[in-house]
Design a protein around this ligand. Structure first.
Ligand SMILES: Cc1cc2nc3c(=O)[nH]c(=O)nc-3n(C[C@H](O)[C@H](O)[C@H](O)COP(=O)(O)O)c2cc1C
Length: 296
């Protein structure tokens, strides 16, 4: 069941800047300067982590800042397909197991990542083979909680100039699949020709981080304007770890969609309404839907 009463575009903007701007600016950073966090930034980060929003599907997610994490002493090798250097502090997230737990986790953890971006701090989702127990223990999370991912958080080594960041944002966007491969009208064989706000909202979804940059999110717009979200499974991927990374990716997409829609005044809400009569390509599964309209 979806969590009642929270399914509207966000009413409180949790950032000091435009969410669309932060979404465009965020990228994975793997080299940190090793210094401790500035006390003021630290306080703002902790405040954000301590008050996570409600989750779309109602699962409990907890976020903790783990400082001076001594990876070597704990026998943790950081980064499975990318080296993480100079990382000292981590955002560690836990979720109580339940239906749609990974989607809820993705949603809330990505909000925290964007909050860190807002504070000028670098992050990098780490969810591949991870010593989850070591992080759970350091964060003091209840035993029954799963730690699907963590992220280093801190100053990145070389401060990028604005031009540099903008160039990177463009380059990154070219590392994403074309919108015609992701967003469809009516069925999976017809690319969506979205205009206006919806095009911008979907552009924000397309910039979402995803495990191994697989970009599993697909949407199909139905005749009534509802957007149905699907996950395209990468073969063998779900079984790599106990944690379903591609369901986390779907939660991240949900987060970007909701933030962008809220900012652009696109009213609507999340529902579960599996559409009838849309033939699914191989390895594509229904996830959830977004229904436009006031007070949905
Ligand atoms: C659920 C999830 C797990 C990830 N796990 C790792 C990881 O274990 N190691 C790593 O270096 N990057 C990891 N990443 C980062 C992705 O590789 C990265 O987001 C993607 O390549 C897109 O690049 P960008 O974040 O710079 O836009 C993960 C991302 C997500 C969303």
């Amino acid at each position: 069941m979806l969590h009642d009463g929270w399914l509207r575009p966000m009413q409180v903007r949790p950032f000091s800047r435009s969410a669309l701007e932060l979404i465009a600016e965020r990228c994975s950073h793997r080299t940190y300067d090793g210094a401790s966090l500035d006390p003021q930034l630290r306080a703002r980060l902790v405040e954000a982590l301590e008050s996570p929003p409600g989750t779309p599907f109602g699962n409990e997610v907890r976020l903790e800042l783990v400082e001076s994490f001594d990876a070597r002493a704990r026998g943790v090798r950081l980064g499975t397909y990318g080296m993480i250097q100079g990382a000292r502090d981590f955002i560690v997230g836990g979720v109580r197991p339940g239906a749609r737990d990974m989607e809820d986790f993705g949603f809330v953890f990505e909000l925290a990542v964007l909050q860190a971006t807002d504070l000028g701090l670098g992050t990098c989702w780490l969810g591949g083979t991870l010593k989850r127990g070591a992080f759970a223990e350091a964060a003091g999370l209840p035993e029954e909680m799963i730690v699907p991912a963590v992220s280093p958080v801190g100053r990145v080594k070389a401060r990028r100039s604005l031009v540099d960041s903008a160039t990177r944002a463009l380059a990154r966007s070219s590392k994403r699949k074309a919108p015609s491969e992701l967003f469809f009208e009516g069925s999976f064989d017809r690319p969506l020709d979205a205009g206006g706000e919806l095009a911008q909202v979907l552009a924000a979804v397309r910039l979402a981080p995803s495990a191994s940059n697989r970009q599993p999110w697909r949407t199909v717009r139905a005749g009534d304007g509802a957007l149905h979200f699907f996950v395209r499974r990468t073969p063998g991927y779900a079984s790599v770890t106990a944690v379903d990374l591609q369901r986390i990716d779907m939660g991240i997409a949900m987060c970007h969609f909701q933030l962008a829609a809220g900012e652009l005044g696109l009213e609507g809400g999340w529902t579960e309404m599996r559409p009838e009569g849309i033939p699914l390509p191989p390895r594509v599964e229904y996830a959830f839907s977004w229904r436009p309209g006031p007070g949905a």
